[in-house]
Design a protein around this ligand. Sequence first.
Ligand code: AMP
Length: 431
Amino acid sequence: MSFEKLGIIKPILSAIKELGYEKPTTIQTRSIPLVLAKSDVFATAQTGTGKTAAFGLPMLQRLRNVTPEARVVRGLIISPTRELSIQIYEDLQNYAKHMSLNIAVFVGGKDLETQQKILKEGVDIIIATPGRVMEHVEKSLDLSHVEIFVLDEADRMLDMGFMKEIRKIHPLLPKRHQTLLFSATYSDKVRKLSKLILTKPEFIETSKKNSTVDTINQVAYLVDTDKKAPLLAYIIGSRNFRQVLVFTRTKASADELVLELKKDGLKCGIIHGDKTQANRLKTLNEFKEGKIKVLVATDIASRGLDIEELPFVINYELPSIPEDYVHRVGRTGRAGRDGVAISLIDIYEKFDIRAVEKLIGMKIPQEVVKGFEPDPTIRRKDQDEQKLKSEHKKPEPKRTKKVQPKLEKPKKEAVKKKAPTSKKRKTTKRD
Ligand code: AMP
């Protein structure tokens, strides 16, 4: 298949050619004709599959005719985070560089008045976070001419509690408009939302539910909690990783980790919810330019980061929500390129890794790095404790103690008691 065959017009064809896109990805092949035919679309697509162009290219094409003296907002894209919104904006600007569309990105952290001025000058397409859209609506934004409404990473928007805003935005759109809903996962919440906002949608499912991209090599290294930072520094140093994205569960552990890595002489940056937008963008650019080797990020702050050919992602801590594992490792192996995703797991994460494996439908090989072998006494002590606790509640048949965690069904009591580092484990909703 080619972009020409999909009916993409010349100005867009030249722009994507300049970006080096040779042929459409699967999601693009399936979505472009449907969007051009004005259908509502419900697509489950992981990040890295080329989903932005899957809705962006046909959207630009549909809205290509502009009346410069009477511009109205005809396209609205909402996304969960500032970073993702900016990323979509940059992609759309690139795709529309030979067109005369005015595209604007409105996110929090930027001056509302400046954004209003931009609106007054005439905008065809807005990309924004739901909260910011509502702020503009309360001022003067008119959504009654919107022809195409896109919800990107809808699952994440719902996880972040944006349903309220979406419910408010939807009735402000004209009765006849096209809605495109993109979500990495197919949760009940997303299904409910789709019922509310889509009319006779076409469904696109490009890969197995919650599966990770095929081109990513995944491995988990078993290690004791206090050896994680040294192991991480060792992996980065000994394998000469030049650009690596490291995920932590919380802002606090991200801060602690950066201090540790700096002691090892590694140039690190950090992106999390406490950093200002300007600071996050500066860090991201330094990372993209290779000025910093290691970027430490929390889950929500990292949404939408698009770094060309990112080869390595390391989970310093597994996410508290298994679906986030899919989002995290989706930062590598993008658009068919090879990537490596390494997870450092301690004894308290052995149940978390099983939850991830259950979700992605495959086992992640577990290995030990020489010199960083887990202390068997710590494991035994933990297992003894778990055993004692469960025996106390319900007598169990005799079990043999295992040094390495085996993939067996976790006992409920053990799951509840697994996290002793409560300070580190807490995650704020809008981190
Ligand atoms: P996305 O899933 O939209 O975040 O896209 C992931 C990456 O793939 C981005 O760097 C895009 O620029 C790139 N990309 C999207 N479509 C194509 C394509 N057809 N050929 C090559 N790269 C692409």
